[in-house]
Design a protein around this ligand. Structure first.
Ligand SMILES: [Zn+2]
Length: 160
């Protein structure tokens, strides 16, 4: 792998340069989960690209997602990938199916699958305990000027 692997800042700068991810990242910086739906098939392609990754259709104006979802897979990492994570292990890495807006779900739009870390809702610390089927909500954190998308336990009755 290139030397950039050792420097999280370089890696993040490279991905931030993708033009189609720019709008998504800008929304995340505002604390909003926003994706462009496909005008043809109605799905919410992720990660953002120049066209729908499901059917090749054109993408419409971004829509805001409610920001809640369900854990569908869990793995627990016992090794810190870089200095930022040192001392935080073990921690859970979760695959989450994020709910589409209800009106879109009713028309057949599928959840958006994200890979992210699970954090404590109060302290923001990485959590190791996660369960398939667990309800979570999206939260945003800033690390070295880069906005990270994370999830935390959804509290009963809480809306994001
Ligand atoms: Zn499509």
């Amino acid at each position: 792998m290139s030397p950039a692997r050792e420097d999280a800042t370089d890696r993040d700068d490279a991905s931030r340069g993708e033009p189609f991810a720019a709008a998504f990242r800008e929304a995340c910086a505002r604390g909003v989960l926003e994706l462009a739906p496909c005008a043809a098939c109605g799905q919410l392609p992720f990660p953002p690209g120049p066209a729908c990754r499901h059917c090749g259709g054109e993408l419409g104006a971004p829509v805001e997602l409610p920001g809640e979802g369900t854990v569908v897979a869990v793995t627990v990492n016992h090794r810190a990938p870089d200095a930022d994570f040192a001392g935080g292990q073990p921690y859970a890495i979760v695959l989450v199916d994020i709910d589409p807006p209800p009106r879109m779900a009713a028309r057949g739009t599928r959840p958006v699958r994200l890979l992210c870390n699970l954090v404590d809702p109060r302290t923001g610390a990485l959590r190791a305990e996660a369960a398939i089927g667990q309800r979570v909500r999206v939260t945003f954190a800033r690390r070295r000027g880069v906005v990270l998308l994370q999830v935390t336990e959804a509290q009963a009755g809480q809306r994001s």
